[in-house]
Design a protein around this ligand. Structure first.
Ligand code: PHE
Length: 437
């Protein structure tokens, strides 16, 4: 499979595929609800600090390693030292935890799209989202549709379509998000949402908020599981500037989250809704906004179709990690690998979906299965992957062996952050959250 995708255009291909992986439900669904639960402005501050220290450094490191080694994650770490191969394998495990619940949310989007064709159904969906997600059959069926769509794309191979497809999706997403934001900001009380989003309340900064902000950064930029190693390994010419290329991806990802925050929070205040609605937040606020604009049903449909596309490019990247691994390391054929992995996700995802209803009583550490999967992937596995990546590249290989920029200041800051800030920061935040420091 590596030679199939060996030929991205080069810089643009890498930017688009990476942005496709980064921009997704993490920005439009996860960011606002986690920020809402963690104090708004103070969360935003921690999130931005984390993005432009730990997040950006690790993305640069992964991409630079991919360009240098031209290998999948396990192979790339194996080239640093054979014992380090397991860091790449950890990414596979992380993906297997994310895909099931990511696809449950993807299924909610499919449901919205299908239901928006019938006025009575969509009105029902708006006001009854909680009941919908708790139903034992409907959301499970939509989840299966979403998962099988992802699987179909990965099954057929994505290399021909993804560049073109991202070129349409990304600008479309921006334009619609901007339009929505402008509409929401002109509603009564909307500014209170802006205030909530931008005013840090330092008393809300706790060990748990810091862990949540860091988890959000890892999830949102897709870092800590080798996705950028994989994607960057398909760049032909080595003289690309990793810093410039991947810097754009981080910028785009952060921008989409900011625009989403500036849309969802004002809407929460304007419509007098609850800030801490959890995973349902985007799904109950957006329909309200659409109901308040002319041709709202139409725009709602277009928006959710775009959201579906943005989510799909992310779940494709997630499924690719496992598929590549099964093909290269377990020597399965691509078709078998996708089939086996999809079957596994169908089972786990069904359980995750049911955790909003039938299985809601089944809790581990006070969290339903959905939250448990999300917590495990974003707050534990990805940061752990990031920590190991920083140690492996920063110390075992040596940060100065990778060039991310010709600018001396950028290069030196990268090396410093990779060796010191990333490992120490991740470790401190995790130990702090565990109550150990
Ligand atoms: N970054 C993606 C999003 O924001 C999710 C993702 C996480 C994708 C990890 C790949 C790996 O939706």
């Amino acid at each position: 499979m590596s030679h199939e995708r060996a030929s991205w255009g080069s810089k643009l291909g890498l930017i688009l595929a990476s942005a496709g992986s980064a921009v997704g439900l993490g920005n439009l669904w996860r960011f606002p609800y986690v920020a809402g639960q963690n104090g708004g402005g103070s969360f935003l501050l921690l999130y931005l600090i984390c993005t432009f220290t730990i997040g950006i450094t690790l993305v640069f490191a992964e991409a630079a390693l991919g360009v240098k080694t031209k290998s999948d994650p396990a192979g790339a770490f194996g080239k640093i030292h054979p014992r380090l191969k397991f860091i790449g394998v950890l990414g596979v495990l992380t993906s297997a935890v994310i895909v099931p619940y990511y696809s449950v949310v993807g299924g909610w989007i499919v449901a919205y799209i299908v239901k928006s064709f019938s006025v009575s159904e969509i009105q029902n969906f708006e006001s009854h989202f909680t009941e919908f997600s708790a139903d034992p059959v409907e959301p499970v069926a939509y989840f299966a549709v979403y998962l099988l769509t992802t699987a179909a794309v990965v099954y057929m191979g994505i290399e021909k379509g993804i560049e073109k497809y991202c070129k349409i999706i990304m600008p479309g997403l921006f334009v619609l998000l901007l339009a929505l934001m402008v509409r929401v900001l002109t509603l009564d009380n909307a500014w209170q949402g802006v205030k909530f989003f931008f005013t840090p309340d330092f008393s809300k900064i706790t060990a748990a908020t810091m862990l949540n902000a860091m988890g959000q950064v890892f999830f949102s930029v897709s870092v800590g599981m080798g996705i950028y190693i994989t994607y960057a390994s398909y760049v032909k010419n080595d003289d690309i500037s990793v810093g410039q290329t991947m810097g754009r991806v981080i910028f785009l990802d952060t921008l989409v989250s900011m625009l989403t925050g500036l849309t969802i929070f004002p809407a929460v205040f304007a419509f007098g809704m609850q800030m801490n609605a959890g995973p349902a937040l985007t799904f109950i606020t957006l329909p309200k906004i659409f109901a308040a604009i002319p041709f709202g049903t139409f725009f709602g449909l277009v928006f959710f179709v775009i959201l579906f596309g943005a989510a799909l490019t992310s779940s494709i990247s997630l499924m690719e990690v496992v598929t590549t691994f099964l093909c290269d390391q377990v020597k399965m054929t691509r078709k078998r690998a996708v089939a086996a992995y999809t079957a596994l996700c169908l089972v786990t995802g069904t359980l995750v979906s049911l955790s909003f209803g039938r299985l809601s009583g089944f809790k581990i550490g006070g969290k339903i299965l959905f939250d448990q999967f999300d917590f495990l992937a974003s707050n534990i596995l990805m940061p752990a992957g990031g920590f190991l990546t920083a140690v492996a590249i920063g110390w075992v290989l040596g940060a100065d062996k990778l060039t991310v920029s010709q600018n001396r200041y950028v290069q030196k800051s990268f090396e410093f952050c990779l060796k010191w800030i990333c490992p120490a920061g991740v470790l401190a935040i995790m130990l702090n959250a565990l109550g150990m420091i």
